[in-house]
Ligand binder design. Sequence first.
Ligand SMILES: [Zn+2]
Length: 370
Amino acid sequence: MLSKASWRIVAGDSGLWAAMLRKKTGWNIKKLLQALLPEVVKQISSIYVDVEGNRPDTCIWGPTSNGVFSVKTAYELSARFNEVPGSPWKLIWNLKIPPRVKMFTWLLTQKKILTNVQRVRRHLSRDPSCPRCHYHEESLQHLFISCPRVLALWRSFYLPKGLINFFSSDFDSWLKENLCYNAGHIRNLKWSSIFAVACWFIWKWRYRSIFEPHFQMPCRPNQIIVEYHLEWDKANNLLKKATSRTQMFLAWQPPPCGFFKLNIDGSRLGLRQLTVNSDYALVVDMINGDWVDSHPMSVLLTKCTELLKNQWNCSILHVYRETNSAADFLAKMGHHKDLGYHELSSPHDQLQPFLDDDKNGLLRPRFVPV
Ligand SMILES: [Zn+2]
Protein backbone atom coordinates (compact mmCIF):
# COMPACT_ATOMS: atom_id res chain seq x y z
CA MET A 1 0.00 0.00 0.00
CA LEU A 2 2.75 2.41 1.04
CA SER A 3 4.91 1.55 -1.95
CA LYS A 4 1.93 2.06 -4.25
CA ALA A 5 1.37 5.52 -2.75
CA SER A 6 5.08 6.36 -3.06
CA TRP A 7 5.09 5.26 -6.68
CA ARG A 8 2.17 7.56 -7.42
CA ILE A 9 4.07 10.48 -5.88
CA VAL A 10 7.07 10.10 -8.18
CA ALA A 11 5.77 8.43 -11.36
CA GLY A 12 3.92 9.78 -14.35
CA ASP A 13 2.84 13.23 -15.46
CA SER A 14 -0.08 13.24 -13.04
CA GLY A 15 2.11 12.33 -10.05
CA LEU A 16 2.63 14.66 -7.11
CA TRP A 17 6.25 15.09 -8.19
CA ALA A 18 5.15 16.47 -11.59
CA ALA A 19 2.64 18.80 -9.94
CA MET A 20 5.38 20.26 -7.76
CA LEU A 21 7.44 21.30 -10.80
CA ARG A 22 6.31 23.85 -13.33
CA LYS A 23 7.63 23.68 -16.85
CA LYS A 24 9.59 26.89 -17.07
CA THR A 25 10.06 28.17 -13.57
CA GLY A 26 11.01 25.11 -11.55
CA TRP A 27 9.43 24.47 -8.16
CA ASN A 28 5.72 25.18 -7.74
CA ILE A 29 6.07 26.95 -4.39
CA LYS A 30 2.30 27.36 -3.91
CA LYS A 31 1.71 23.63 -4.29
CA LEU A 32 4.64 22.78 -2.05
CA LEU A 33 3.35 25.10 0.67
CA GLN A 34 0.01 23.32 0.60
CA ALA A 35 1.68 20.05 1.49
CA LEU A 36 4.79 20.94 3.49
CA LEU A 37 6.04 23.20 6.26
CA PRO A 38 7.52 26.56 5.10
CA GLU A 39 10.98 25.62 6.48
CA VAL A 40 10.97 22.44 4.40
CA VAL A 41 9.78 24.34 1.31
CA LYS A 42 12.59 26.84 1.83
CA GLN A 43 15.13 24.01 1.77
CA ILE A 44 13.55 22.37 -1.29
CA SER A 45 13.34 25.63 -3.22
CA SER A 46 17.05 26.27 -2.63
CA ILE A 47 17.73 23.27 -4.93
CA TYR A 48 17.89 24.55 -8.47
CA VAL A 49 16.02 22.40 -10.99
CA ASP A 50 17.05 22.48 -14.61
CA VAL A 51 13.54 22.16 -16.05
CA GLU A 52 14.59 23.10 -19.56
CA GLY A 53 17.99 21.47 -19.75
CA ASN A 54 18.76 18.09 -21.21
CA ARG A 55 21.27 16.96 -18.63
CA PRO A 56 20.81 13.32 -17.67
CA ASP A 57 20.21 12.41 -14.02
CA THR A 58 23.49 11.69 -12.25
CA CYS A 59 24.46 10.32 -8.87
CA ILE A 60 26.25 12.69 -6.52
CA TRP A 61 27.76 11.95 -3.13
CA GLY A 62 25.74 13.93 -0.59
CA PRO A 63 28.10 13.98 2.43
CA THR A 64 30.83 16.01 0.65
CA SER A 65 30.28 19.64 -0.27
CA ASN A 66 31.38 19.11 -3.91
CA GLY A 67 29.53 15.82 -4.46
CA VAL A 68 32.73 13.80 -5.02
CA PHE A 69 33.00 10.55 -3.07
CA SER A 70 35.59 10.46 -0.29
CA VAL A 71 36.52 7.57 1.98
CA LYS A 72 36.63 9.95 4.97
CA THR A 73 32.96 10.97 4.65
CA ALA A 74 31.93 7.36 3.98
CA TYR A 75 33.66 6.32 7.19
CA GLU A 76 32.04 9.16 9.14
CA LEU A 77 28.65 8.17 7.76
CA SER A 78 29.06 4.53 8.71
CA ALA A 79 30.34 5.54 12.15
CA ARG A 80 27.19 7.65 12.63
CA PHE A 81 24.95 4.71 11.71
CA ASN A 82 26.82 2.36 14.01
CA GLU A 83 26.98 4.82 16.87
CA VAL A 84 25.69 3.24 20.03
CA PRO A 85 23.59 5.55 22.25
CA GLY A 86 25.80 6.80 25.09
CA SER A 87 28.95 6.14 23.05
CA PRO A 88 31.97 7.81 24.68
CA TRP A 89 33.50 8.86 21.34
CA LYS A 90 32.26 12.46 21.49
CA LEU A 91 33.49 12.77 25.06
CA ILE A 92 36.97 11.59 24.03
CA TRP A 93 36.96 13.63 20.82
CA ASN A 94 36.38 16.84 22.79
CA LEU A 95 39.37 16.28 25.07
CA LYS A 96 42.34 18.51 24.27
CA ILE A 97 44.91 15.73 24.16
CA PRO A 98 47.26 14.36 21.46
CA PRO A 99 45.47 12.24 18.80
CA ARG A 100 47.43 9.10 19.75
CA VAL A 101 46.19 9.46 23.36
CA LYS A 102 42.65 9.88 22.03
CA MET A 103 42.94 6.62 20.09
CA PHE A 104 44.35 4.85 23.14
CA THR A 105 41.52 6.19 25.35
CA TRP A 106 39.00 4.93 22.81
CA LEU A 107 40.58 1.46 22.90
CA LEU A 108 40.44 1.64 26.68
CA THR A 109 36.69 2.37 26.67
CA GLN A 110 36.24 -0.55 24.25
CA LYS A 111 38.38 -2.79 26.51
CA LYS A 112 40.67 -3.63 23.60
CA ILE A 113 43.89 -3.31 25.59
CA LEU A 114 45.83 -6.56 25.70
CA THR A 115 46.36 -7.06 29.42
CA ASN A 116 47.66 -10.45 30.51
CA VAL A 117 44.12 -11.55 31.44
CA GLN A 118 43.05 -10.74 27.86
CA ARG A 119 46.08 -12.50 26.42
CA VAL A 120 45.21 -15.68 28.33
CA ARG A 121 41.60 -15.40 27.16
CA ARG A 122 42.84 -15.19 23.56
CA HIS A 123 45.26 -18.12 24.04
CA LEU A 124 48.28 -15.89 23.54
CA SER A 125 49.73 -16.65 26.98
CA ARG A 126 49.25 -18.93 29.97
CA ASP A 127 50.20 -16.42 32.62
CA PRO A 128 47.56 -13.84 33.60
CA SER A 129 49.62 -12.30 36.41
CA CYS A 130 50.64 -8.65 36.63
CA PRO A 131 54.20 -8.29 35.22
CA ARG A 132 54.96 -5.50 37.72
CA CYS A 133 53.70 -6.60 41.12
CA HIS A 134 53.27 -10.36 40.31
CA TYR A 135 50.62 -10.66 43.06
CA HIS A 136 47.42 -10.31 41.10
CA GLU A 137 45.93 -11.04 37.74
CA GLU A 138 46.51 -8.22 35.31
CA SER A 139 42.95 -7.16 34.50
CA LEU A 140 42.12 -3.62 33.33
CA GLN A 141 40.92 -2.86 36.87
CA HIS A 142 44.25 -4.00 38.32
CA LEU A 143 46.50 -2.46 35.67
CA PHE A 144 44.98 1.02 35.85
CA ILE A 145 43.46 1.28 39.35
CA SER A 146 44.58 -1.15 41.99
CA CYS A 147 48.13 -2.30 41.16
CA PRO A 148 50.40 -0.95 43.95
CA ARG A 149 52.63 0.50 41.22
CA VAL A 150 49.84 2.81 39.96
CA LEU A 151 48.31 3.65 43.34
CA ALA A 152 51.31 5.83 44.13
CA LEU A 153 51.14 7.51 40.73
CA TRP A 154 47.47 8.48 41.10
CA ARG A 155 48.02 9.70 44.68
CA SER A 156 50.89 11.92 43.54
CA PHE A 157 48.39 13.93 41.49
CA TYR A 158 46.37 14.92 44.60
CA LEU A 159 43.14 13.59 43.11
CA PRO A 160 40.21 16.03 42.72
CA LYS A 161 37.98 16.05 45.80
CA GLY A 162 34.89 15.25 43.71
CA LEU A 163 36.25 11.81 42.82
CA ILE A 164 35.62 10.12 46.17
CA ASN A 165 35.28 6.59 44.75
CA PHE A 166 38.41 6.76 42.62
CA PHE A 167 39.96 3.56 44.01
CA SER A 168 36.75 1.65 44.69
CA SER A 169 34.79 2.09 41.43
CA ASP A 170 34.44 -0.65 38.87
CA PHE A 171 36.52 -0.05 35.73
CA ASP A 172 33.66 1.24 33.48
CA SER A 173 32.29 3.75 36.01
CA TRP A 174 35.84 4.83 36.93
CA LEU A 175 36.72 5.56 33.31
CA LYS A 176 33.49 7.42 32.60
CA GLU A 177 33.58 9.47 35.78
CA ASN A 178 37.17 10.61 35.22
CA LEU A 179 36.71 11.40 31.52
CA CYS A 180 33.69 13.52 32.41
CA TYR A 181 35.48 15.39 35.22
CA ASN A 182 36.28 18.63 33.41
CA ALA A 183 37.27 20.85 36.32
CA GLY A 184 40.70 22.49 36.05
CA HIS A 185 43.35 20.67 38.07
CA ILE A 186 47.03 21.46 37.54
CA ARG A 187 48.39 24.49 35.67
CA ASN A 188 45.10 25.14 33.82
CA LEU A 189 44.89 21.56 32.55
CA LYS A 190 41.56 19.79 33.01
CA TRP A 191 41.53 16.64 35.11
CA SER A 192 39.79 14.67 32.33
CA SER A 193 42.69 15.28 29.95
CA ILE A 194 45.43 14.74 32.58
CA PHE A 195 43.68 11.47 33.43
CA ALA A 196 43.63 10.29 29.79
CA VAL A 197 47.32 11.17 29.30
CA ALA A 198 48.19 9.44 32.62
CA CYS A 199 46.43 6.22 31.48
CA TRP A 200 48.39 6.34 28.23
CA PHE A 201 51.69 6.71 30.15
CA ILE A 202 50.76 3.86 32.51
CA TRP A 203 50.32 1.59 29.51
CA LYS A 204 53.49 2.90 27.81
CA TRP A 205 55.63 2.41 30.92
CA ARG A 206 54.16 -1.04 31.54
CA TYR A 207 55.12 -1.97 27.96
CA ARG A 208 58.65 -0.61 28.32
CA SER A 209 59.18 -2.36 31.68
CA ILE A 210 58.49 -5.69 29.95
CA PHE A 211 60.44 -5.19 26.72
CA GLU A 212 63.28 -2.94 27.84
CA PRO A 213 65.40 -4.80 30.45
CA HIS A 214 67.08 -1.63 31.75
CA PHE A 215 63.97 0.51 31.91
CA GLN A 216 63.47 2.32 35.21
CA MET A 217 60.23 4.00 36.20
CA PRO A 218 60.79 7.80 36.41
CA CYS A 219 61.13 9.23 39.93
CA ARG A 220 58.39 11.81 39.40
CA PRO A 221 56.00 10.27 36.90
CA ASN A 222 53.26 12.84 37.59
CA GLN A 223 55.63 15.63 36.61
CA ILE A 224 56.54 13.90 33.34
CA ILE A 225 52.85 13.42 32.51
CA VAL A 226 51.98 17.06 33.18
CA GLU A 227 55.05 18.38 31.31
CA TYR A 228 54.24 16.21 28.30
CA HIS A 229 50.66 17.47 28.31
CA LEU A 230 51.71 21.13 28.67
CA GLU A 231 54.27 20.81 25.88
CA TRP A 232 51.70 19.37 23.48
CA ASP A 233 49.22 22.07 24.53
CA LYS A 234 51.76 24.79 23.84
CA ALA A 235 52.69 23.41 20.40
CA ASN A 236 49.02 23.01 19.54
CA ASN A 237 48.23 26.61 20.51
CA LEU A 238 51.23 27.90 18.56
CA LEU A 239 49.95 26.12 15.46
CA LYS A 240 46.56 27.76 15.89
CA LYS A 241 48.09 31.21 16.29
CA ALA A 242 50.48 30.77 13.34
CA THR A 243 48.37 32.99 11.08
CA SER A 244 49.04 36.56 12.18
CA ARG A 245 46.60 39.31 11.31
CA THR A 246 46.81 42.99 10.64
CA GLN A 247 44.11 45.64 10.75
CA MET A 248 42.95 47.22 7.50
CA PHE A 249 40.45 49.99 6.85
CA LEU A 250 38.01 49.18 4.12
CA ALA A 251 35.34 51.11 2.26
CA TRP A 252 32.98 50.47 -0.63
CA GLN A 253 34.70 51.32 -3.89
CA PRO A 254 32.83 52.75 -6.86
CA PRO A 255 33.29 50.81 -10.14
CA PRO A 256 35.55 52.10 -12.95
CA CYS A 257 34.07 54.80 -15.16
CA GLY A 258 31.49 53.36 -17.55
CA PHE A 259 30.94 50.26 -15.39
CA PHE A 260 28.03 49.44 -13.12
CA LYS A 261 28.56 47.61 -9.88
CA LEU A 262 26.29 44.92 -8.50
CA ASN A 263 26.81 44.10 -4.86
CA ILE A 264 24.36 41.23 -4.76
CA ASP A 265 23.74 38.51 -7.25
CA GLY A 266 21.21 39.61 -9.82
CA SER A 267 21.01 41.33 -13.13
CA ARG A 268 19.15 43.92 -15.08
CA LEU A 269 18.56 44.05 -18.80
CA GLY A 270 20.50 46.72 -20.59
CA LEU A 271 23.71 46.54 -18.51
CA ARG A 272 26.73 45.37 -20.46
CA GLN A 273 29.65 46.40 -18.28
CA LEU A 274 29.33 45.03 -14.82
CA THR A 275 31.42 44.33 -11.73
CA VAL A 276 29.78 41.88 -9.34
CA ASN A 277 31.04 41.97 -5.76
CA SER A 278 30.20 39.40 -3.12
CA ASP A 279 31.60 38.76 0.33
CA TYR A 280 30.89 35.01 -0.07
CA ALA A 281 34.29 33.79 -1.28
CA LEU A 282 33.16 30.21 -1.90
CA VAL A 283 30.41 31.27 -4.30
CA VAL A 284 32.72 33.69 -6.12
CA ASP A 285 35.34 30.94 -6.55
CA MET A 286 32.73 28.51 -7.83
CA ILE A 287 31.18 30.92 -10.35
CA ASN A 288 34.69 31.70 -11.58
CA GLY A 289 35.14 28.04 -12.43
CA ASP A 290 36.32 26.30 -9.26
CA TRP A 291 33.77 23.45 -9.19
CA VAL A 292 33.31 19.90 -10.44
CA ASP A 293 30.42 18.32 -12.38
CA SER A 294 29.34 16.28 -9.39
CA HIS A 295 28.72 19.39 -7.26
CA PRO A 296 25.10 19.49 -6.03
CA MET A 297 24.78 23.01 -7.47
CA SER A 298 26.42 22.14 -10.80
CA VAL A 299 23.18 22.71 -12.78
CA LEU A 300 22.88 26.23 -11.40
CA LEU A 301 26.60 26.89 -11.87
CA THR A 302 26.39 25.76 -15.51
CA LYS A 303 23.52 28.17 -15.99
CA CYS A 304 25.57 31.02 -14.46
CA THR A 305 28.56 30.18 -16.69
CA GLU A 306 26.31 30.20 -19.75
CA LEU A 307 24.89 33.59 -18.78
CA LEU A 308 28.39 35.00 -18.30
CA LYS A 309 29.33 33.88 -21.82
CA ASN A 310 26.72 36.28 -23.24
CA GLN A 311 27.76 39.68 -24.50
CA TRP A 312 28.84 41.11 -21.18
CA ASN A 313 31.95 42.64 -19.80
CA CYS A 314 31.40 41.13 -16.40
CA SER A 315 33.85 40.29 -13.63
CA ILE A 316 32.92 38.59 -10.36
CA LEU A 317 35.15 39.44 -7.43
CA HIS A 318 35.35 38.64 -3.75
CA VAL A 319 35.30 41.61 -1.38
CA TYR A 320 35.23 41.84 2.41
CA ARG A 321 31.89 42.32 4.12
CA GLU A 322 32.91 45.84 5.22
CA THR A 323 32.88 46.96 1.58
CA ASN A 324 29.65 45.14 0.83
CA SER A 325 27.56 46.32 3.78
CA ALA A 326 24.42 47.34 1.86
CA ALA A 327 24.23 43.95 0.14
CA ASP A 328 24.95 42.26 3.46
CA PHE A 329 22.06 44.15 5.07
CA LEU A 330 19.68 43.14 2.24
CA ALA A 331 20.77 39.49 2.45
CA LYS A 332 20.06 39.43 6.20
CA MET A 333 16.71 41.16 5.61
CA GLY A 334 15.87 38.37 3.15
CA HIS A 335 15.88 35.82 5.99
CA HIS A 336 12.73 37.44 7.39
CA LYS A 337 10.88 37.70 4.07
CA ASP A 338 8.54 35.16 2.56
CA LEU A 339 9.79 32.92 -0.21
CA GLY A 340 9.76 34.36 -3.70
CA TYR A 341 10.72 37.50 -5.54
CA HIS A 342 10.74 40.87 -3.69
CA GLU A 343 11.28 44.22 -5.33
CA LEU A 344 12.07 47.36 -3.32
CA SER A 345 10.95 50.49 -5.11
CA SER A 346 12.94 52.68 -2.70
CA PRO A 347 15.71 51.87 -0.21
CA HIS A 348 14.58 50.45 3.10
CA ASP A 349 14.81 53.01 5.97
CA GLN A 350 17.57 51.06 7.69
CA LEU A 351 19.45 50.58 4.41
CA GLN A 352 19.86 54.28 3.65
CA PRO A 353 22.67 54.88 6.23
CA PHE A 354 24.72 52.05 4.62
CA LEU A 355 24.24 53.61 1.18
CA ASP A 356 25.23 57.06 2.52
CA ASP A 357 28.35 55.61 4.15
CA ASP A 358 29.35 53.90 0.88
CA LYS A 359 28.77 57.11 -1.06
CA ASN A 360 30.94 59.06 1.40
CA GLY A 361 33.70 56.43 1.28
CA LEU A 362 33.50 55.56 5.00
CA LEU A 363 36.39 53.30 6.04
CA ARG A 364 35.58 50.33 8.27
CA PRO A 365 38.27 48.38 10.19
CA ARG A 366 38.90 44.66 9.74
CA PHE A 367 41.67 42.29 10.81
CA VAL A 368 42.94 40.37 7.80
CA PRO A 369 45.59 37.61 7.51
CA VAL A 370 49.02 38.78 6.33
ZN1 LIG B 1 50.22 -5.25 39.69
